[in-house]
Write a protein that binds this ligand. Structure first.
Ligand code: GLV
Ligand code: MN
Ligand code: MN
Length: 421
């Protein structure tokens, strides 16, 4: 039997079509994508993908947190399905590949099987999950974490964006608060194809990353309160400037990464620094800021988190401000299923694709699925040093096609097996 392959051009065109929804001119001839979760643009993207699911003959269901599942029946439809998933929400300054490759790649796998009239023993489900990015409501992998029971539905519903709008209200507003139970019965396996979002695979000229796991991630939201005052008349000695406090924390976390005290792999970012009132001649009274720290070692990340909390106290005292912090996300180091990894390796090898193991630096829905069922990921390289969360994010048609071909092969391996291995 000859090896089935996906239609890479069709896949790539579908990425371009979804990328038009929420598109914006990012300058220099580059088009960005802004589809923050549960915005009107996300709603439009969702309807676009749901229509594609239906065109592919999938039966679509939506759960109570807005996760969307499209199901292709199996020869034995009572068996647990193989699930292919990811997300179509984006950060506000995205490209067209992050998440979308896993979802549209899943649909391309289904289209390829449909074209070949190829049935599978088990059902195949293509899924996209709500608010994977956490860029709007503050908690990443929200939909998949609710589906697998890590985050209770009511807690997720209550999360609010910076304008005070809740997840529940925004799900209703775009018509994606479904009635399906949010708790997902464990699939037979969960597979996710994704861009690497980093420079490693491309620099090493590799086709495929066999993802061994995901590093631990911790997010804090800081509210730093000082005394707003006139920039020209207020003596420096009388100031309590939360902007300076934020700056000190930002520098200190950078220094933590190079101090050697946390190994070589600590990543630390203050991505939000938002002063109020934000005027040139006013000492800000309040700053909202974020801290994102990550490490492949759980114990190191736990120590780094404890140390940043002590840092907040020290800076608060030194700058005469108050600092309150709220942990908005915390996920542990995740290791993906060995058997899934072995099948990714076998598929890459059979197709003559170069491959190496890689730990994901970014968070993914697959990490929420990992405790729930055998799960794994296929990474593809990105151009421009693998830049991501940026409009210049770019993977070529060939790079995407290789990844989705591997996804197809691994899908078939899981979808045609009957009982326990
Ligand atoms: C999700 O994209 C994350 O890793 O921040
Ligand atoms: Mn992603
Ligand atoms: Mn992302």
């Amino acid at each position: 039997m000859s090896m089935l392959s996906v239609n890479g051009n069709r896949l790539y065109r579908s990425l371009a079509a979804l990328g038009e929804i929420g598109a914006y001119d990012a300058g220099d001839g580059v088009t960005g994508v802004s589809r923050l979760a549960l915005t009107a643009a996300d709603g439009e993207g969702r309807r676009h993908v749901v229509a594609k699911m239906r065109q592919a003959g999938l039966v679509v269901t939506v759960d109570r947190i807005g996760n969307v599942y499209g199901r292709r029946p199996g020869k034995d439809d009572s068996l647990a399905p193989v699930m292919l998933g990811s997300h179509i929400d984006s950060v506000a300054t995205a490209g067209r590949y992050d998440g979308c490759l896993g979802v549209l790649g899943g649909l391309e796998v289904v289209a390829t099987l449909n074209d070949a009239k190829r049935e599978t023993l088990r059902p195949i489900v293509v899924a996209f999950f709500t608010e994977e990015e956490g860029a709007r409501f503050g908690t990443d992998m929200l939909g998949s974490a609710v589906a697998t029971g890590r985050i209770p539905l009511e807690q997720a519903y209550g999360l609010r964006d910076r304008a005070g709008k809740s997840v529940k209200d925004e799900l209703d507003a775009i018509g994606f608060c479904g009635d399906e139970d949010e708790r997902l019965p464990p699939p037979h396996a969960y597979l996710e194809c994704h861009i690497e979002q980093g420079p490693m695979l491309r620099a090493a000229n590799l086709d495929i990353g066999v993802v061994t796991g995901v590093q631990a991630i911790c997010w804090h939201e800081l509210v730093i309160v000082g005394k707003s005052a006139h920039a020209g008349t207020t003596p420096m000695s009388l100031r309590a400037d939360p902007g300076v406090a934020a700056a000190r924390i930002n520098i200190a976390i950078r220094e933590m990464t190079s101090s050697g005290q946390y190994g070589e792999d600590l990543r630390a970012t203050m991505g939000v620094i938002s002063p109020h009132p934000g005027l040139v001649n006013v000492v800000p009274g309040r700053v909202v800021a974020s801290v994102d720290i990550r490490n492949p070692d759980d114990a190191i990340l736990a120590r780094a988190e404890a140390d940043v909390v002590l840092l907040y106290d020290r800076v608060a005292k030194a700058e005469k401000v108050t600092i309150t912090h709220r942990r908005t996300a915390r996920t542990h180091r995740v290791r993906f299923d060995e058997h899934v990894q072995a099948r990714v390796i076998a598929a890459a090898r059979a197709r003559g694709l170069s491959h190496e193991p890689i730990v994901s630096g970014a968070g993914h829905d697959a990490q929420e699925m990992a405790p729930h069922c055998p799960s794994g990921m296929v990474f593809v390289p990105g151009e421009n040093e693998g830049i991501s969360h940026n409009p210049r994010e770019h993977s070529t048609e060939a790079q995407c096609t290789n990844g989705v071909n591997v996804l197809l092969d691994v899908t078939l391996a899981f979808a045609d097996e009957s009982g326990l291995r």
